[in-house]
Design a protein around this ligand. Sequence first.
Ligand SMILES: Nc1nc2c(c(=O)[nH]1)N(C=O)[C@@H](CNc1ccc(C(=O)N[C@@H](CCC(=O)O)C(=O)O)cc1)CN2
Ligand SMILES: Nc1ncnc2c1ncn2[C@@H]1O[C@H](COP(=O)(O)OP(=O)(O)OP(=O)(O)O)[C@@H](O)[C@H]1O
Length: 229
Amino acid sequence: MIAHDNDAGRDGPDDDYGSPACMIHLVDPASGALSDQDPRQQQDLKRWRSVERERLVALRRAIPAEERRGLSDRIARELDRLLGDLSGKTVAAYLPFRGEPDLRFWIEGLSVRGAIAALPVVVAPRSPLEFRTWSRGEPLRPGVWTIPVPAGGTLVTPDVVIAPVVGYDAACYRLGHGGGYYDRTLAALPRRPRIVGVGYERLALRTIYPQTYDVPTDAIVTEAGVSTR
Ligand SMILES: Nc1nc2c(c(=O)[nH]1)N(C=O)[C@@H](CNc1ccc(C(=O)N[C@@H](CCC(=O)O)C(=O)O)cc1)CN2
Ligand SMILES: Nc1ncnc2c1ncn2[C@@H]1O[C@H](COP(=O)(O)OP(=O)(O)OP(=O)(O)O)[C@@H](O)[C@H]1O
């Protein structure tokens, strides 16, 4: 625990009888989690993440479409190598947006391999995502940020979650779009799925300065291969 301003100047005998220093400023109002960080440090971290997100999304969007297709193909091959036989498994992936790897063909192929594909749906701000089944030809509707989401589908708990990354670090933590949606979702699921982050090799960061609410992935898959914890 680090020293805080309200600990200062307390050196008299009264301290033995006074109320303990108020710690409410260390409680994250969103999650209720007790942080081990100073609010100013948290503000700095938020700002740093926001600057990095902008930089990395720009980097990702700058990849020409044809190169992106090639990278997405290689990511799909790496996913197959990592995941192996998926028959009987429910796999949540995503439809690409803002330069994310395009895994549509891989998602569409899941049913051929006996797996069930699902897509994330934002149901409310600052709440866990829902995963709804989807297969090729089934209707989609625009969701938040106009990302298409299943118009119908069945609510499922995935065995595997393929989560797009804006950035990732050496300890397999992911930086997302800043909504905290995947973190909230993974924290709330009844059983922990296998979590695989996907992105391009160039989105690597030394660390994302993981916080207590950041849920690490089990593996990060890029066009260059798989890194695991
Ligand atoms: N393809 C794809 N689908 C996905 C995700 C994703 O990252 N990629 N998501 C992964 O989560 C969910 C949607 N995520 C969202 C994340 C943030 C905001 C949002 O409103 N962001 C704020 C900025 C937040 C900040 O930077 O502090 C905004 O744009 O105003 C909306 C949706 C579900 N579907
Ligand atoms: N389990 C949780 N419960 C409540 N709030 C949470 C939880 N996880 C994250 N948050 C909140 O969400 C905010 C954004 O988190 P973070 O920066 O990790 O987003 P992200 O990982 O980039 O986004 P995403 O998870 O949507 O891809 C944090 O400031 C945090 O307060």
